[in-house]
Design a protein around this ligand. Structure first.
Ligand SMILES: [Zn+2]
Length: 79
């Protein structure tokens, strides 16, 4: 799988570290924190994911990937 790093260009996925779903936002109350850490969706289809280019520019990015086909639809640096 190739990931289009916005800074480095097309790179092999082995250069990256996968973090997971980019959608959940860290909650401010403790009651919701358990769900934030342990309860995650596992969608089949388009998903926004956090990836870290560990063996490249060392930037975090959001990659739009289809989990069924592994087709990448784009990537953007996180802010
Ligand atoms: Zn990069």
């Amino acid at each position: 799988m190739r990931i289009p790093c916005p800074y480095c260009g097309d790179r092999d996925a082995q250069e990256f570290v996968y973090r997971g779903d980019a959608a959940p936002q860290r909650p401010h109350d403790e009651a919701a924190f358990f769900d934030y850490v342990y309860i995650r969706d596992n969608p089949a289809g388009p998903m926004r994911e956090h990836w870290y280019h560990a063996l490249g520019c060392r930037n975090w990015m959001v990659v739009m990937r289809d989990t069924r086909t592994h087709e990448i639809h784009g990537a953007e640096l996180t802010r």
